[in-house]
Write a protein that binds this ligand. Structure first.
Ligand SMILES: [Zn+2]
Length: 264
């Protein structure tokens, strides 16, 4: 079987084990069914996810000119505390910013390699946690806009990590934590404006990833440089494909690459 398409992050479904789907233009592949199969990947070209031109990818699947122009990559995406739609102030496209920022947001704790704080739209739960490879996560506050989530995250970052280690996550070198205790511990550090949105009597969400064999020394595949790679798929965690020889391939970090995939 042979498929060619532009990489976009895998869609997921949180069943007993996470189900992963890769959209390859003409086919929609359930990646779980490819476990234990030999997969060959080849770099074909680039295709910007916005303008669809054959231009080198700069960040997040976009070419450089699109990245600095389109409303979906404003600074407030990575730094939610910079959100201004609630003040009726435009960054790149006020209508778009209102639609995205003025909706329920969650500040959460997720444990993938360590406990970290993060922000996402409520509609992105548990997708965001799955994409990070978190085996457990919990909501701290549910606020009505992105700005409130951002300032809460900034305040909590003083007391808990906001970064994870992808190697530790992939090696599954993890510690189970009681996130309800963490949530209570951080309660006092939530800014005044967001205190009323604390999620009471909350329970952890646990996530099971389809991994048969964790890598001992994960090495990241640079498909643009290597051009081709072939290996047996033994697991999927976060947005990473894990192969038997410890090679890992981050689909999300390779968005915008057109690849050919051959399944033996
Ligand atoms: Zn573009």
């Amino acid at each position: 079987m042979e498929y060619t398409g532009v990489l976009k992050k895998m869609k997921t479904e949180n069943l007993d084990t996470v189900q992963y789907y890769l959209d390859m233009k003409t086919d929609f592949l359930n990646m779980n069914q490819l476990l234990q199969r030999e997969i060959e990947l080849a770099f074909v070209t680039y295709e910007c996810l916005h303008c669809h031109l054959e231009k080198e990818i700069y960040r997040q699947g976009f070419c450089k000119s699109c990245f600095f122009d389109i409303p979906t990559t404003g600074d407030w995406i990575m730094r939610p505390e910079l959100s201004k739609a609630h003040l009726d102030e435009e960054d790149r496209d006020l209508e778009y910013e209102k639609k995205v920022q003025l909706q329920p947001h969650i500040v959460y704790l997720a444990n993938s390699s360590n406990v970290k704080v993060g922000v996402t739209r409520k509609s992105q739960i548990p997708t965001r946690w799955i994409d990070q490879g978190a085996h457990e996560a919990i909501e701290i506050v549910e606020v009505p806009n992105r700005y409130l989530a951002g300032i809460t995250e900034v305040a909590l970052k003083e007391h808990v990590a906001d970064k994870t280690n992808w190697r530790t996550m992939l090696k599954n070198d993890i510690v189970d934590e009681d996130l309800t205790i963490w949530q209570q511990k951080l309660r006092g550090f939530i800014p005044e404006e967001a205190q009323e949105y604390f999620v009471e009597n909350n329970k952890e969400t646990n996530i099971q990833f389809p991994v048969n064999k964790y890598p001992v020394k994960p090495k990241s595949l640079n498909l643009v440089k290597e051009k081709t790679y072939k290996g047996k798929l033994v697991g999927i965690k976060g947005q990473y494909l894990i192969f038997e020889d410890d090679t890992v391939f981050n689909i999300r970090a390779n968005e915008g690459l057109v690849v050919k995939m051959v399944i033996a």
